[in-house]
Design a protein around this ligand. Structure first.
Ligand SMILES: [Zn+2]
Length: 484
């Protein structure tokens, strides 16, 4: 039963628990991924191997450079963290000696496309429905491909099933894409084991390396070792497991505020433990690496949208932590805004690579140096491919500036939020002018990337799948588990 509960919690399930959309990808024919470079997959109905970047779309700009450690803390919302005004202390991350970026935001509230976007510097939608396609349509390079072309050893160490290579094709450019630590029929492996693997790999490298570390601990289920850390006097019965949370997340059951506060405390305790787990990873650094620590998206505990993230564009879902450490950068906190779209060109700049690629983000090195130069706005989008049931809203779009946000619904209606006066985004003014210009600009930006998109192949998500159907298709649920 534990396996089933954990598994059901993993896909970024929408509110009614039925559509699983693009995040986990297609069910029914693919098996969990395997370690190793993204080579050919099993011939029996499996997806084709992800195509590498077209060499015509980038130049590596030379060879070698600083070692790079890139860590994502899946589902960690900045607003829960003490340096961002929340309650979770981060002694390990704060002790890293990095630049803390106070206003960093995700462009897409789901795992696979958020990672694709941060590793390529192009809008998530440019990649297409990676879950259905098995990989990205984008023919430009990922950071791993640029690093690989420069002679780096490239390794990825995956903690959660939503980044299994078979589901998203993110292995492009990685010599090693280790998603095999996740036990069969489970959805995640804890940070200590992932970090042990990456440390072993780093210590074996003789030349420059690029290591990607994906830590899934904060994602549902919220199961900290010390659940009483932030809520020691809770006398209720709710816990952070899938079975407890599903009625509120998926079926709209009314939750007692005291129970909600407890679940939020469990989430916070898990993030605190994740920070502590990072110590062995940082201890083996030499100080001359580039280190990125961020999250792919946050988590919602408000707006009648609980324990989830994939269908909304509120700041608790978009606002993510970001630490950047690099030679020559002075540890400080900077307030300018950026989106994860800017990370790839920023790291290329920090590394002095001189690499070129069709980035849609831009380098924020001046911001990291405390010289200003933050973004004046960015765009975010929810999954435009997920099939909908009657009455469900379609994909949302948002444009955010440092002080305001406009959210456009699929029917064209829109609301604006003054984030200074209304930081919780509870009092939107609707029927506003101007948002269509942002929407048109966004669509023009997608269209402009057509030269860098491969033809859309056959997709495999044909119908909405229940979580159980999805997991059955992937081989995660056996008959014994189904009976429970
Ligand atoms: Zn995620």
């Amino acid at each position: 039963m534990l396996l089933l509960i954990a598994a059901l919690g993993c896909p970024d399930a929408p509110k009614d628990a039925a559509p699983l959309g693009s995040e986990p990808g297609e069910a029914g024919r693919r098996k969990p991924g395997r370690p190793g470079k993204g080579g050919p997959r099993p011939p029996h109905g499996g997806p084709a191997a992800p195509l590498p970047a077209d060499p015509a779309t980038f130049t590596a700009g030379g060879s070698g450079g600083p070692n790079i450690l890139w860590v994502t803390l899946d589902t960690v919302s900045a607003e829960h963290l003490a340096p961002w005004g929340g309650r979770v202390p981060l002694p390990t991350l704060e002790g890293l000696g990095a630049v803390r970026v106070k206003q960093a935001f995700s462009n897409f509230p789901e795992t696979a496309l958020s990672h694709w976007s941060m590793f390529t510097g192009v809008l998530p939608e440019v990649h297409g429905n990676v879950g259905a396609q098995g990989s990205s349509r984008y023919s430009g390079p990922s950071m791993a491909e640029i690093a690989n072309a420069r002679g780096y050893a490239t390794g990825a160490f995956i903690g959660g099933m939503t980044l299994r290579d078979a589901w998203c094709g993110l292995s492009r450019g990685f010599d090693l894409y280790n998603d095999a630590m996740i036990p069969p029929r489970e959805v995640q492996v804890g940070a200590p084991q992932v970090i042990s693997a990456v440390n072993t790999w780093i210590s074996a490298q003789k030349g420059p390396w690029f290591a990607f570390v994906h830590l899934f601990d904060a994602h549902v289920p919220y199961a900290p070792a010390n659940g009483a850390r932030f809520d020691g006097d809770y006398a209720g019965t709710l816990d952070g497991k899938e079975a407890s949370l599903a009625p509120y997340r998926d079926h709209g059951a009314a939750i007692d505020p005291r129970d909600l506060a407890h679940v939020e405390a469990l989430y916070d305790a898990e993030i605190a433990e994740l920070d502590a787990a990072l110590s062995p990873l940082f201890r083996q650094l030499h100080g001359d690496e580039i280190v990125i620590v961020t999250a792919d998206h946050g988590e919602s505990f408000a707006h009648d949208y609980l324990f989830n993230h994939r269908a909304v564009l509120w700041d608790d879902v978009l606002h993510v932590p970001l630490y950047v450490k690099a030679p020559g950068l002075k540890p400080q906190s900077v307030d300018g805004m950026l989106s994860l779209l800017d990370l790839a060109p920023t790291v290329v700049d920090l590394a002095g690579w001189g690499a070129t690629a069709p980035f849609q983000g831009q380098s924020r090195v001046p911001l990291l140096r405390g010289l200003g130069g933050g973004a004046t706005s960015f765009w975010a989008r929810t999954d435009p491919w997920v099939p909908l049931l009657p009455g469900e809203p379609g994909a949302r779009f948002a444009e955010r500036t440092p002080t305001a946000k406009r959210i456009r619904e699929a029917d064209g209606s829109a609301c604006a939020y003054d984030l200074a006066a209304d930081p919780e985004e509870l009092r939107g003014g609707c029927d506003i002018p101007g948002v269509d210009a942002a929407w048109e600009g966004y669509n023009a930006a997608i269209t402009a990337m057509a030269p860098y998109q491969r033809a859309e192949g056959p997709t495999r998500v044909k119908d909405r799948l229940t979580p159980t159907e999805l997991l059955e298709g992937l081989g995660y649920v056996d008959h014994a588990a189904k009976k429970e």
